[in-house]
Design a protein around this ligand. Structure first.
Ligand code: F6R
Length: 364
């Protein structure tokens, strides 16, 4: 049942404020100000490092979480693609916690990577949407994300629920390791509790993205740029676009532009720049100007102060609500999804069942 939406993907995008609210209710105490993560033996003081492993969109959720664990908890983190990790056979010490992220909980490479860590890592954790799945069953601690059934092949609400649970885990790590004060934790949690309302506001940009997509749909290629926490979001935006609209899209860390991809910029090349006004904004704006100086078509996705500072020379500027920089990944998932969705609709592709893709990849 698409609940009045044209596609499951549209329904699942719209469900995000609600399901993130469900996850928050589950993982926060009733006071809303303290974490409720009593899972047996989950103590980040006991681990020297965290190794995170996943595929596709779940891998991008892990890349985002690396910034959170490092910045909030001062914890060394490695992130790996499951199909690489399992065959590289990396050393895993008994002071390592291994964390596997998977919507389905059945992805063959991720499950194989988990089994490789059995008996090596001190703790096997997973963040899954399907609590009865193989990955959940084979973990020491499995944390459900409460996204509900995801039918659209392109992952949307599972991604933002993964981000939410991973941020809560990073905050738990910060708290276990004495890296965050109780008042600061309370403040971040209260901002996080406001995120469902912020996402509702972000979803009101739907028509802006429909218009932007009707122009983007005429392109054969697109680049996505982001810095810091926005780099994994740029990767996710490019993946969503190629999966469902079949436009060739690549993402780069903004600072990598001049190390090669700038050669691709001409007047035919749309460049999606994801850049809320944060500490790194000025640097991203200068990358954007390098694109515009070569007639590249910049689609800037930012917040009101960012739009003001960037001026009017972009091809399009799309404005989202402003939030605490630490929470921007959850909010900027919405434009990544809406841009891809409306571009696919404009091109008339099969949004919920894109060619060649399966919802759950149980063979390698
Ligand atoms: C992207 C997408 C895939 C999955 C990947 C991992 O929209 O759906 O990239 O994210 O196949 O799947 P799970 O999370 O089930 O392990």
């Amino acid at each position: 049942d698409k609940a009045g939406h044209k596609h499951f993907m549209a329904k699942e995008i719209a469900e995000q404020p609600g399901v993130i609210g469900d996850a928050l209710r589950h993982y926060l105490n009733e006071d809303g100000a303290t974490l409720n993560l009593p899972q047996a033996g989950l103590d980040f003081k006991a681990y020297d490092r965290l190794t995170m492993v996943a595929c596709g969109t779940a891998y991008y959720a892990c890349l985002t979480a690396k910034y959170w664990f490092e910045q909030l908890a001062g914890m060394p983190v490695e992130v790996d693609i499951a199909s690489e990790f399992r065959y590289r056979e990396p050393p895993v010490s008994d002071r390592t916690a291994a964390l596997f992220v998977s919507q389905s909980g059945e992805t063959a490479d991720t499950l194989a990577a988990l089994r490789y860590c059995e008996g090596k890592a001190t703790k096997i954790l997973s963040v899954v949407n399907v609590p009865e799945s193989s990955i959940a069953r084979e973990s020491d601690v499995a944390l459900p994300i409460f996204a509900g059934t995801e039918i659209g092949v392109a992952s949307t609400k599972a991604f933002t629920c993964q981000l939410t649970v991973l941020l809560l885990l990073a905050l738990k790590a910060a708290s276990d390791r004495g890296e965050i004060e109780a008042t600061k934790l309370k403040e971040v949690l209260s901002r996080l509790r406001a995120i469902p309302a912020v996402l509702n506001t972000a979803l009101e940009t739907n028509d802006d993205f429909r218009k932007a997509a009707s122009r983007l749909a005429n392109s054969d290629n697109a680049l996505f740029l982001g810095r810091g926490l926005m780099y994994p979001l740029a990767l996710e935006g490019a993946l969503k676009l190629k999966e469902i609209s079949y436009i060739h899209a690549e993402a780069y860390a903004s600072g990598e532009l001049k190390h090669g991809p700038i050669a691709l910029i001409d007047k035919e090349m749309p460049v999606v720049v994801m850049a809320p006004q944060d500490a790194l904004f000025g640097k991203t704006v200068s990358n954007m100007q390098e694109v515009m100086a070569r007639e590249g078509k910049v689609i800037l996705i930012t917040d009101p102060p960012g739009a003001e500072a960037a001026g009017e020379d972009t091809w399009m500027t799309l404005v989202l609500p402003q939030v605490d920089p630490v929470l921007t990944p959850i909010v900027y998932a919405i434009p990544a999804q809406l841009l891809a969705y409306h571009t696919a609709v404009a091109k008339g592709t099969d949004v919920d069942q894109p060619r060649n893709l399966a919802k759950s990849v149980t063979v390698e």
